[in-house]
Design a protein around this ligand. Structure first.
Ligand SMILES: Nc1ncnc2c1ncn2[C@@H]1O[C@H](COP(=O)(O)OP(=O)(O)OP(=O)(O)O)[C@@H](O)[C@H]1O
Ligand SMILES: [Mg+2]
Length: 369
């Protein structure tokens, strides 16, 4: 461990003493502080309340301020929100009163360096073997893909996993708000946004970084999370020959995700007509991969869908190729369900055949019974 991270660890240990044991506990993935005396942790995808408490609101606020300062950031009445990455790779989000009604609210998503491979993903039941192979095929063919899912459903984890399947010899440019993707690849350029300083100067946002990245000879552009008007730049990049661009978006279904992408892109250029934008979005995005956090705490891929255009009524034509079967609850409370082919054949089947990829058309046949 470097000297810097030792100093940081001590800062955290002193300031966040009441929750230190949960920060150290490897079974805890997330710590949620709703007020100085209301703290929850997440273990195996399930939330539980814990007895830990800070002395009072001032004590919690001071602790959070010190942590913010240790990463060169501030939380003040003018800037009552903080989203930052800690030196150990964990992510912290804070909102203070009056925006936060109960008191200082904090979430810490702990960094895990357990790399998830497709094999782990299959073992965890997050994807079927054929689903994983199909995603591999799509990565090989350089399909433009959007991973969508709700909060904490596993979008970033899946995006990291997909990046590890990019064929060798390409140049990746990765753009994130606060860096969390763990990408194993030999030619990667990583960009992170910068907030404005105390006098409102020096902001570099996702859109700026996307513009710069287009001039830096990317083979693939990867956007950690599309949450604003940078959606338009991403769509343009996908439509101008940058194959295999990837991004994530917050949405509960693939259909909602693509509509959200369009709405975000609309914010990037008020002048573009709805129809023109819809046609750009539908030709840019080829596949939507939906991740879902289920009630048993598991996180799994629930849909792999192809975007085929849009209907005369303006709705997108999104066709599931693999979809989660109906879930049954086992006696231990866990859910049984499998990602199964729907019977739809992707429109790029000929590309799969022409590239001699080991994924025969029979894999798309819907199972009966
Ligand atoms: N398939 C999986 N099985 C078990 N745990 C998983 C799985 N995918 C992700 N996780 C864990 O779930 C947590 C949330 O994952 P991740 O950060 O990828 O979600 P996210 O959708 O990107 O969240 P956010 O909406 O906050 O950006 C992490 O602790 C991660 O290790
Ligand atoms: Mg994420």
């Amino acid at each position: 461990m470097s000297e810097n991270s030792d100093v940081f660890k001590n800062t955290i240990k002193q300031n966040l003493a009441p929750i230190w044991s949960y920060l150290e506990d490897k079974t805890v993935s997330e710590i949620l502080i709703n007020s100085f005396q209301e703290i929850f942790v997440e273990r195996k995808g399930k939330l539980e309340r814990v007895p830990a408490k800070f002395l009072d609101e001032d004590n919690l606020r001071a602790a959070v301020n010190s942590v913010a300062q240790s990463v060169g950031r501030r939380i003040t009445d003018e800037e009552p929100r903080l989203d930052a990455r800690l030196p150990d790779g964990s992510r912290i989000a804070v909102v203070i009163p009056p925006c936060s009604r109960k008191g200082t609210t904090v979430s810490i998503r702990k960094f895990t360096n357990n790399k998830i491979s497709f094999a782990d993903y299959i073992r965890l039941g997050a994807i079927s073997e054929d689903g994983a192979r199909f995603l591999d095929v799509c990565m090989f063919l350089g399909k433009n893909m959007i991973v969508s899912g709700g909060t904490g459903s596993g979008k970033t984890t899946l995006l990291s996993l997909l990046c590890s399947r990019i064929p060798k010899g390409q140049r990746l440019i990765v753009i994130e708000d606060s860096s969390e993707l763990q990408i194993e690849y030999d030619h990667v350029v990583m960009f992170e946004t910068r907030q404005a300083n105390g006098v409102g100067k020096g902001e570099v946002n996702m859109k700026d970084l996307l513009k710069s990245s287009l001039r830096l000879r990317p083979d693939r552009i990867i956007v950690g999370e599309v949450r604003s008007s940078e959606a338009l730049e991403l769509i343009n990049a996908m439509n101008t020959g940058h194959k295999g661009c990837l991004g994530t978006i917050h949405a509960n279904t693939p259909e909602d995700a693509i509509v959200r992408l369009e709405a975000l892109a609309q914010g990037g250029d008020g002048k573009i007509s709805e129809k023109a934008l819809r046609s750009q979005v539908s030709s840019a995005v080829e596949l939507m991969v939906q991740v879902t956090r289920f009630t048993d705490g598991s996180r799994r891929i629930s849909h792999i869908s192809e975007v085929l255009g849009f209907h005369p009524d303006g709705s997108y034509h999104v066709v599931p190729i693999f979809q989660m079967s109906r879930m049954k609850r086992r006696t231990d409370g866990s859910l049984e369900g499998f990602l199964e082919p729907t019977g739809e054949i992707p429109t790029f089947m000929d590309e799969i055949v022409d590239n001699n990829l080991p994924f025969p058309q029979s894999k798309f046949i819907k199972k009966t019974g």
